[in-house]
Design a protein around this ligand. Sequence first.
Ligand code: GDP
Ligand code: MG
Length: 437
Amino acid sequence: LGEKLQKTLGKLKGKGKLNEKDVKAAMREVKLALLEADVNFKVVKNFVNKVKERAVGHEVMESLTPGQQVIKIVNEELTNLMGEKESKINFADNPPTVIMLCGLQGAGKTTLSGKLGNLLKKKGKNPLLVACDIYRPAAIKQLQVVGEQAKIPVFTMGDKQDPVNIAKAGLEHANKNGNDLVIIDTAGRLHIDEGLMDELGNMKESINPNEILLVVDAMTGQDAVSVAESFNDKLNIDGVVLTKLDGDARGGAALSIRAVTGKPLKFVGMGEKLDDLEPFHPDRMASRILGMGDVLSLIEKAQANIDQKKAMELESKLRNQQFTFDDFLDQLEQMKSMGPLSQILEMIPGMNKKQMKNLNVDDKELVKIEAIIKSMTKNERTDPSIINGSRRKRIANGSGTNIQDVNRLLKQFKETRKMMKKFSSMEKSMKKRGSMN
Ligand code: GDP
Ligand code: MG
């Protein structure tokens, strides 16, 4: 970075310690992002208060704006809250390791049985799946299909036996057949009910699993909290698997569950296929929940104190080639408080660095440009094509510049419009091509 640019940026960035106003403004956006991600509101409230406490008085880094600094803290806290690093499965010292899956109906337990077996088989385990969902029609068949796909044996006793007995028999079967890993697929209900909880409780008592994983659908959002609470109260779970994160769910459930149960998230389901299982990464989830990009850009926009409505009007004018010298002047006024012209132009969608080079904007020119535009009549500003030779002379005289300066500005202005025209027609043809595919 050039020294001059550094200085200019410095004005916008790092300014001592974060004050309450900076923090409050940034936290408003964070709060919205969290609620939008379907994080439980109580969890949001606690979290926001905690971060506010930590952030006020915090040193602002040279390279960040106060808003960005707050977001950085938020991201760190969020990552910490969800566990600093990925959590692993607790394997038994004396095999077999028994993993019991629980959760509501449709959460993804049966699918996870296959995925988890598949993943751990690749790591050298010799898994057995045990079918303990005797209630849902075709549940056993579903597990058998999953087992076939993963080439993992499935133990079943049909749907006439008690699930607790099936689990016990499954364990014996594993012992006899040398399976060092047993994954128990259990039944779910549409809602938490006592019958289900008792059954799971009894199963836990009699087989004493190494790991009880709660499977939760990422899309459940708010409901996840009460679900996780009930399962954890009854079973004292060891970890959570968040499924269906391949959809558009922001994953707020991850934060809520972690906050309420204090139990680690261990895996995330990223699709219906066997291989669509990934270890849980707290940092990635933090960014996902915050929608980092969104929040950051929002805050930056607020920081740049640009009048957003005006910016949007400007954008639409540029696209429709209605951009006039008056708009140009308007921009200049705003820019005075904002820093280098090239930076502002970068914020206009569709502008890129190369195009800006062609425009050849120089901050020193700004004063001159302003004078020239102010010497134009209303009509000239709206329709620069009427600016002929004699008008140019008049404008140059009025602005204390010369004809070359006026010509240069007119040319730059024409270029800008032409570029915008090209850009929007390019966009149109791209859209057309897109719709043909
Ligand atoms: P269970 O009732 O808890 O056993 O749930 P299932 O394993 O039967 O899954 C319910 C539905 O969710 C099925 O259609 C699965 O294919 C689907 N599913 C499970 N996990 C995922 C996932 O991570 N992503 C997506 N997109 N679908 C999933
Ligand atoms: Mg199932």
